[in-house]
Design a protein around this ligand. Sequence first.
Ligand SMILES: [Zn+2]
Length: 304
Amino acid sequence: MYRHGIPGFAAAAPAGNAAVLVVKDERGQPHRGKVFAAVHAHLDDVPYYASGLCAKLMSEGYTGYIVRTSNDEKYGGRTTAQNILSNEEDHFRMAAALGFKDVFDFYYQNHDMNGISYIDLRGRLILIFRMLKVNTVLTFNPWGPGEDDPDHWVTGRAVEEASWMAGMPNDFHEHLEAGIQPHTVTERYYFCAQPGQPFNRVVDIGTHIEKKIDAIVECKSQGNGNRGSIVRAQLARQGKRLAMLGNDDRAADRAYARQFLLDNDREYGKQHKLQYAERFYYVDHRKPSKSKADEYIETNAVRI
Ligand SMILES: [Zn+2]
């Protein structure tokens, strides 16, 4: 990721969002037994775009897995190899903070994912979706406007295709021989990552904001998660302090994130009288258990 929204953008809702559903916390564990996979490209994508929803889904019974497709080698301010390592370590810590059960890192070359074997990426996702029996995916909008980071749109498109293809018995016969059965992903939440991208769900993340901050402050190699402690140290060298940054690095990072890194969430929430919200384009491919044809046959078939 290299940008996270433009301040003020949220004040004008994009066109095409006439039917927006505001989603609040659900009581109990309505999603117990269900599995979601959050598939992003870079360390800080899920933390900014969807960590509130991830925390909400897990609190409602979902088991969550996270997949990072790129190796994040361009971010971290050190050598390429050091950047890969520090992003990897941050990513594990971020995933643990949110409560993901497992992490999959694909390590495709950062910024160059439009040059990779797309079929290879899609096939790897199909294996994971089948193996984990993923019901729901969270990822980039594959066709959202304004997405000029190839890692984002390549990842979104591969997830979109893998979601239905994972359910096709004629793709990857060897999976079946290994005991891994076809399994369709039926629900998708696409991030609203850039100005102008469509959304039809506004998710109230007010009760999950501390988890979102937990995730953001682990984004130290990129994503400004350690900005508070950096500012605190800079001020200390000048013989100054900022009261809001508290008395230690962790408090400084959390305070900075809360004050300066959640503007989009506050803005998205304000329009619906919520304190914090995230936006998604939700796609539902769940089918009724019986088709019209099944019902007709059941009702009308007579003994000969
Ligand atoms: Zn990104």
